[in-house]
Design a protein around this ligand. Structure first.
Ligand SMILES: NC(=O)c1ccc[n+]([C@@H]2O[C@H](COP(=O)([O-])OP(=O)(O)OC[C@H]3O[C@@H](n4cnc5c(N)ncnc54)[C@H](OP(=O)(O)O)[C@@H]3O)[C@@H](O)[C@H]2O)c1
Length: 228
């Protein structure tokens, strides 16, 4: 049975990815940092195939403890999904420094640190997917909107490429920066064009197609390549 580790599975796209992989017959370990009633409901439906762990990705001690608990396991998929929005609609000069630190830590630094700390549980031929965004594409930044979020995802993309270079010996790994589409979640808002099932089905299909191809790519939920 294929095994997935989904970081940030309490709600939104992460929760959707957990459900999609359970429907595809996978064993899933999902992380939360607080209450996650919808994920608990999924565990009731598939108690033998869903394990729930607790971490805040920006607390190194949480991640270290998780790495210890998972030691010896080999996951086929590590999905770094957790992310936040900050400063949308506010002039950069008015965004509090704490929000700037928080968005860069959560969206860029912590996912890559977590990937480093959990690399030992990435089985041979595994896929490491980071939830990026098309807004992280530097070369297609035409309108500049959501500039802080955009910069955090561009930083994530840069760190993904550095992660690939640092772990060049793991030629078996496929590493993806993933754009899920613009989706109706707490972050995407009610006016977003895509629903969660459409996005996560596309993301899971893309993961299946890309797994084993090696290298690093920036792709969307339709498996279309995005310019860095
Ligand atoms: N929705 C979109 O249109 C869209 C488009 C492009 C990219 N994305 C990206 O997709 C990912 C998921 O977004 P979403 O739309 O599903 O947002 P969401 O509904 O707001 O969910 C965000 C998830 O991230 C978790 N999280 C945030 N900070 C965390 C931390 N420090 N440690 C652990 N978990 C943390 C949340 O956990 P809690 O429940 O504990 O808060 C929640 O599970 C994000 O990386 C986002 O940037 C979304």
């Amino acid at each position: 049975m294929k095994k997935a580790l989904i970081i940030g599975g309490s709600r939104g796209l992460g929760l959707g990815l957990v459900g999609e992989h359970l429907r595809r017959g996978w064993h899933v370990t999902a992380t939360v940092r607080g209450e996650a009633p919808e994920l608990e409901q999924l565990r009731k439906e598939a108690p033998e195939r869903l394990v729930i762990e607790r971490i805040d990705i920006s607390r190194p001690a949480d991640v270290e403890a998780l790495a210890m608990r998972l030691r010896g396991q080999a996951f086929d998929l590590l999905f770094l999904n957790a992310g936040i929005m900050a400063g949308r609609g506010t002039a950069l000069v008015d965004v509090p420094d704490e929000d700037i630190v928080s968005i860069f830590m959560t969206n860029a630094i912590s996912p890559v640190r977590v990937a480093d700390q959990l690399l030992d549980v990435a089985g041979k031929g595994a896929t490491l997917a980071f939830m990026s965004s098309i807004l992280g594409s530097v070369s297609t930044n035409g309108d500049g909107r959501a500039e802080l979020y955009r910069a955090s995802k561009a930083a994530l993309n840069s760190l993904i490429l550095s992660f690939r270079a640092r772990h060049a010996d793991r030629t078996d790994l496929t590493i993806l920066a993933m754009h899920p589409g613009v989706v109706r979640t707490a972050m995407g808002g009610p006016g977003a064009p895509l629903d969660i099932p459409t996005s996560v089905k596309g993301v899971a299909d893309t993961l299946e197609k890309r797994t084993g191809t090696g290298g690093v790519a920036f792709v969307d939920y339709r498996n279309e390549v995005i310019a860095w």
